[in-house]
Design a binder for this molecule. Structure first.
Ligand code: CMC
Length: 432
């Protein structure tokens, strides 16, 4: 293949280098486009734009492939667990046993919240959305650890391990306390003897004198949900983290920004929206057929379907669906929403509208049904996604911070507003 691409603008030809990644992905390197030609690219939504070089995650959307640091998601889901995968994503290597043990123990020991943060929970109205609270509390966590959140890149990078452990350990505590605040329950202290997911379930569900002891398969399913969300290359929230990091902000500020970006229903908020959609279909007595017709007629979207990158089945959705069926069988649940989801999926996969647009179930289509079966409140679903995505955000923060050639992210735009106008003083009759 040619190692340059030629762009013709007017009568002038320009050559640009072609860049190839380790998985043979090809990009035309336009880093000097404007400098050389005076023009820019226009790519709203960035569907054709490689915003960075990254060593963390590879996706082949056409083939339904997802690998973290080279390891297929199917292998990690079957043989690893969340903290090991988190370590792999953040540091690039599967940790040796001693390293993993130390990492696990440090994360577990850092679940305890600085007592100074307690009053912050009471400051929120009890009906505030957990994602808004979580974004604010992660910023506050940085404020309570100023030595880890200096905005001095060298210092923040040197203390990254400590910041990552604090964020990974504490985000569960914040999430559980946010939910307890909404449910009017007193706080429960973390138990460092418990595993990552178990400890979260304990903090979420234990009552005074009535400790919650999850079925090991339930804790395993939640751990798997965290793992399946751990990273997903340049999605909306991760790109937001990189954007904020590129300006030199500390990891706490960047993770908080990632949480805000994740909140929307087209991104992480989809897991909540799927359940709301299934519930509405159920309550209306529809078997899903009328809903599919309505989506095709342009009123709304089939939530949990479609993906910017996957144009084939999302490999995480395959694992999630199998886990969902297993957890429901194990718990002896028969959720009518699962039946509706299966019927919607079947119908959509046969329908020209969805087939021609390459719309398949994504990771969020079945995750909500598992979370419902476990008893996680609906308003906490996107928070679960945020806990899972934290190592991915941190890995991307670290990659930006470590890049010696990194520049501030600063896209351009094409202005389409009015051309220069003359200012009219107040009272001028020609003012509209
Ligand atoms: N239901 C119905 N039609 C859809 C859907 C859907 N879920 N998704 C896309 N389309 C249609 C869309 O209307 C458009 O049709 P047309 O060409 O006739 O205008 C076409 O498919 C292309 O859609 P798009 O909006 O240009 O696609 P996108 O790549 O910009 O959006 C998406 C990707 C995930 C935002 C979108 O598929 C969507 O809104 N899905 C539902 C929300 C959802 O499940 N989000 C979670 C994504 S996975 C978790 C994560 O990483 O965030």
């Amino acid at each position: 293949m040619e190692d340059t691409a030629t762009l013709r603008i007017g009568s002038q030809n320009y050559n640009f280098p072609v860049f190839m990644g380790t998985e043979q992905e090809i990009a035309v390197d336009l880093r000097h486009l404007r400098e050389v030609t005076g023009v820019i690219t226009l790519d709203e939504g960035y569907a054709n734009t490689g915003s960075c070089l990254s060593e963390i995650t590879f996706i082949d959307g056409e083939a339904g492939v997802l690998r973290h640091r080279g390891y297929p998601i199917e292998d990690l889901a079957a043989q690893s667990h969340f903290l090991e995968t988190a370590h792999l994503i953040m540091y690039g290597q599967l940790p040796a046993k001693a390293v993993l043990d130390r990492f696990t123990s440090r994360v577990n020991r850092s679940a305890l919240l600085n007592e100074g943060m307690q009053p912050l929970f009471a400051g929120f109205p009890s009906q505030a959305h957990p994602m808004g609270m979580l974004a604010a509390l992660v910023q506050a966590l940085g404020a309570y650890s100023p030595e880890l959140a200096t905005n001095d890149r060298k210092l923040d990078l040197a203390r990254f391990d400590e910041a990552a452990i604090l964020l990974m350990g504490t985000i569960r505590t914040l999430a559980a306390l946010v939910s307890r605040r909404r449910r009017g329950l007193p706080m429960v202290y973390p138990n460092p003897e418990l595993g990552y997911a178990e400890n979260f379930l304990h903090m979420l569900f234990s009552l005074p004198n009535d400790p919650y002891e999850p079925h090991p398969e339930v804790a395993k399913a939640l751990d798997l949900i965290f793992l399946l969300h751990a990273d997903h290359e340049q999605n909306c929230s991760t790109s937001t983290v990189r954007m904020v990091a590129s300006g030199g902000a500390n990891p706490f500020a960047c993770v908080s920004a990632g949480i805000s970006a994740l909140w929307g229903p087209l991104h992480g908020g989809a897991n909540m929206a799927v359940i709301q959609m299934l519930q509405e279909i159920h309550d209306s007595g529809d078997n899903g057929h009328l809903f599919i017709d309505a989506v095709k007629a342009g009123s709304g979207r089939l939530m949990g379907f479609g993906h910017r990158v996957y144009k084939n089945y999302d490999p995480r959705a395959t694992i999630m669906k199998a886990t969902c069926e297993r957890v429901l069988r194990l718990l002896g649940h028969s959720d009518p929403l699962l039946n509706i989801a299966s019927r919607l999926e079947e119908e959509a996969l046969r329908d020209e509208y969805f087939v021609s647009r390459k719309l398949y179930p994504n990771v969020d289509f079945y995750s909500g049904i598992i979370l419902r079966a476990i008893g996680i409140p609906l308003d906490l679903f996107t928070v679960i996604f945020a806990i899972g995505r934290t190592p991915g955000w941190l890995a991307n923060w670290r990659e930006v911070a470590m890049s010696s050639k990194g520049r501030i992210y600063r896209p351009r735009q094409i202005y389409i507003g009015p051309v220069q106008r003359e200012y009219m003083p107040l009272g001028d009759k020609s003012r509209a």
